[in-house]
Design a protein around this ligand. Structure first.
Ligand code: FE
Length: 191
């Protein structure tokens, strides 16, 4: 089975000024694309050749795991973004956020703390576990498929996701991120 680079659900310029066209060109067009072509090469003639992405992630390790997980992570990431005009989560998601973190503001604070606390490359996740939400970060390509909970939202904190726009300032990247989270789509992941 050949894995394909997903189509972006928006134009590369659609997230300006919070995430630039140039970032999308590199982050999606080069980095994400490379994970896809590398995985296709790595799985040729292996037991993983006909497995879907999630099966590969939960049964592999090393390079195959890293590339497969990074494809899955970026798929979720791009599918969570849209210029949101300062909108906030509503309904069930808003309720769960209040129950789990007291307020939307405190949820954002915790998310930022986890982002800044991740040494080196990784991801920050908002996950659902039963009737509550949790935020945690993972190193490198690791994700909730192996760490537990259902991923509601994931944010890439690898340097390649912010170096063009905010240079070394990961905190500003997270501030920008809140302007481009598509809360409507994210809330549909609540079960
Ligand atoms: Fe990335």
């Amino acid at each position: 089975m050949k894995h394909e680079l997903m189509e972006l659900p928006f134009e590369k310029s659609a997230l300006e000024p919070y995430m630039s066209t140039e970032t999308l060109e590199y982050h999606y067009g080069k980095h994400h694309n490379t994970y896809v072509s590398t995985l296709n090469t790595l799985i040729e003639w292996t037991e993983f050749e006909d497995k879907n992405l999630e099966d590969i992630i939960t049964s592999s390790e090393g390079k195959i795991f890293n590339n497969a997980a990074q494809i899955w992570n970026h798929n979720l990431f791009w599918n969570s973004l849209k210029l949101n005009n300062w909108s906030q989560p509503e309904w069930k998601l808003a309720e769960l956020i209040e129950r789990s973190f007291w307020s939307f503001e405190e949820m954002k604070e915790e998310f930022k703390t986890q982002s800044l606390g991740r040494f080196g490359s990784g991801w920050v996740w908002l996950v659902q576990k039963d009737n509550s939400l949790e935020i945690y970060s993972t190193p490198n390509a690791e994700n909730p498929l192996t760490e537990g909970g259902a991923a509601i939202l994931g944010c890439d904190v690898w340097e390649h996701s912010y170096y063009i726009d905010t240079r070394n300032d990961r905190g500003q990247y997270i501030e920008n991120f809140w302007n481009i989270v598509d809360w409507e789509t994210v809330s549909q992941r609540i079960s």
